[in-house]
Ligand binder design. Sequence first.
Ligand code: ZN
Length: 198
Amino acid sequence: MPAGRPPKNKPEEISTAVETPEVVETQAEPEVLPPLTQTDLLTIIASMQKQLVASQSATAQLAAAIKDLATPKAPIKSRKQIADEENEKLFQDRQIALERTKKANDNYLHSICEHIAGSNKIGEGFKDLQGRTSYQWHRNDVGVEIGVCSICQDVLLPDNPRYMEWRRKPAFGKMSTAGQRTVMNFADALEKSVLRDS
Ligand SMILES: [Zn+2]
C-alpha cells in the first residue's frame, strides 16, 4: 500500500494522490551577455596572440635552459680553491723572482771574483803569490773535469768558453777524483754526469 494519507471519512475511497515533492526550478535564467562588438573580438584575439607569443618565448627559454644544462661546464670553484690558487700563483711568482735575484747576484759575484786563490775580498787570506787559481777541479766518474771556484762558486764545464783558459792555469788545490764508471753510451753518460743551470 503506498504511503498515503490516513483514511478519511470514506474508508473505501483510496487516495491515489501521491505526494510528490515539489520540484524546485534550479535552472537559473541564462545570463544575457551584451553582444560582442568587433572591437571586443579584436581585443580577445590580440590577447590570445599575446599569450601564444609568451608561451612560445617560454618554450624557447626552456629549450635554451635544457641545452645549457647539457653543455659541459668547468667545475665551480669554491672560494677556498680560488684563494688557494691565488696563493699558489703568488708563491710561484715570488719563487721565480727570488731565483732571478739569486742568479743575478751569483753572476755579479762571479764577475767581480778574480778566481785567484786567497783573493777573496771579505776573507783574511793572502792572494797566492804564484797566482794559482781558486778553481777546485774534480774529475767525475766518466772522466769530465769540472772546476768550481772556491770563492764565488763559479762552475766551469767543458762547454764554457772560459773553460780551457782556466783549466790550463795551475790551481791552488789538488784535483779530486771520483771512482771510474764503465759506461755503454759515453756521450749520454757524459751529458748526464754534469749538473747544469736550467
Ligand atoms: Zn771565483
